[in-house]
Design a protein around this ligand. Structure first.
Ligand SMILES: Cc1cc2nc3c(=O)[nH]c(=O)nc-3n(C[C@H](O)[C@H](O)[C@H](O)COP(=O)(O)OP(=O)(O)OC[C@H]3O[C@@H](n4cnc5c(N)ncnc54)[C@H](O)[C@@H]3O)c2cc1C
Length: 381
């Protein structure tokens, strides 16, 4: 059943995205997973079709739609059968760029945002560091004001799109003496002297996406690349997290639904003891349990999207959605693998890849423990 939030126009858009994903991405998933990268051309293609910024205003090169358009893309990308590719695209469209639309000057929009939405410049979001992931206020990369420039020194890690990003939406300390009050956001072009990419990190899943260490040694960027106000970066990062967590949740539920549907199909065919696997009550019960939990996860997520789209404060709902989805999708991936028996343990089955890729959901973009911490504070406990 289509959710009433998706209009006929959203559904027409969905058909276009689905056709593209099934025709141009899915057939290459195996090859790109094995290569541990996909062609940069995919950013351009997605951008030229309007799939990277359907929810951004037309004035900055977006499609002028709403957040439900972004959800359509996030729900269709998992049909590529590559969590890595899905993650890379969502970083470009919903994690590294919205804060530029919100806070950027017209010059910053023209130089960074518009080319990113067209897929002409690859974007990354640089917050995590070797010594600070959950604890954003603990970052140590510094930006010192020297004349009309910032001089940046430090290191980032776990950065998606990191090996080939043209720019990084970068969290830095403009006042290293203090915690969250000293964080700022800077737009960092990666052709600046003193910048280099370190290791491309070998991951257990999301293989088609590149995840890298970034190093900054006396990198000078013009002070006009500061996003918003100096020392307000922590608040901007926290606000940006809401969209990031939400779109990951939307995509996670859709990908898990696909995985569950395919698993049920498999279990209708596969026989043991003279009957299909779905002929055993234990499996029928597990499947309907997962259907129920995925539906609940989807409804909670859509509720948060609705509030977010209408710009109603929804940190509580987004955090609950991220927490709940993380729990449901990791369990769903595990049960789907189990339902395949030994075949699920083989690389050649999509269910194995889904299991590896899905494991990230309780970690990336804020762990489940941090979600519980946020909810604890919001509940006044
Ligand atoms: C594949 C991948 C892609 C990523 N992409 C990006 C990216 O593009 N940009 C970016 O900036 N980052 C990215 N990250 C980083 C990700 O956001 C962090 O890994 C995540 O926020 C957790 O930080 P950490 O790894 O430093 O864990 P830590 O903060 O070291 O946490 C370790 C453990 O301690 C727990 N813990 C920490 N604090 C508390 C607390 N107060 N109470 C209870 N438990 C706590 C955590 O929940 C976790 O279980 C990516 C990570 C991965 C794996």
């Amino acid at each position: 059943m289509t959710d009433p939030h998706f209009t006929e126009e959203h559904e027409v858009f969905r058909k276009q995205v689905r056709a593209f994903v099934e025709r141009e991405l899915a057939p290459h998933a195996e090859e790109w997973e094995r290569a541990q990268i996909f062609p940069a051309e995919v950013f351009r293609k997605m951008g030229s079709l309007g799939f990277l910024g359907p929810h951004f205003p037309e004035s900055v090169g977006g499609g002028g739609g709403d957040w439900w358009h972004a959800c359509v893309v996030a729900e269709e990308l998992p049909r590529s059968r590559s969590g890595g590719l899905t993650m890379a695209m969502l970083v470009q469209s919903c994690m590294a760029t919205p804060v530029i639309a919100d806070l950027g000057t017209p010059e910053q929009h023209a130089e960074f945002l518009t080319p990113a939405l067209r897929g002409e410049r690859i974007a990354a979001l640089g917050i995590s560091e070797p010594g600070a992931g959950s604890d954003v206020a603990g970052i140590r990369t510094t930006a010192r004001r020297v004349g009309d420039d910032f001089v940046i020194n430090g290191q980032k890690t776990f950065i998606t799109n990191g090996t080939r990003a043209d720019f990084v939406t970068l969290a830095v300390k403009t006042n290293p003496e203090i915690g969250y009050g000293g964080v700022s956001l800077v737009l960092f072009p990666t052709d600046v002297k003193g910048f280099h990419v370190g290791r491309k990190l070998a991951k257990i899943g999301n293989h088609a996406s590149d995840t890298a260490e970034l190093f900054f040694e006396d990198c000078r960027v013009p002070a006009r690349y500061l996003l918003g106000q100096e020392n307000q970066g922590f608040y901007y990062v926290m606000r940006n997290f809401q969209g990031e967590r939400l779109i990951a949740s939307v995509s996670g539920v859709a990908g898990s639904q696909l995985n569950l549907d395919k698993t049920i199909e498999y279990c209708r065919e596969r026989q043991a003891f003279g009957r299909p696997i779905v002929g055993f009550q234990v499996w029928r019960h597990r499947f309907v349990q997962l259907m129920t939990e995925l539906e609940a996860a989807r409804r909670l997520t859509y509720h948060a999207v609705d509030l977010y789209d209408r710009k109603v404060e929804c940190t509580r709902e987004v955090t609950m959605a991220k927490l709940f989805v993380g729990d449901v999708v990791t369990r769903c991936a595990d049960e789907c693998l189990q339902a395949h028996g030994g075949w699920g343990y083989l690389e050649e089955y999509d269910v194995a890849r889904a299991w590896r890729d899905t494991r990230l959901f309780t970690i990336g973009g804020g762990t489940s423990e941090i979600m519980r911490e946020i909810l604890t504070k919001l509940s006044g406990l």
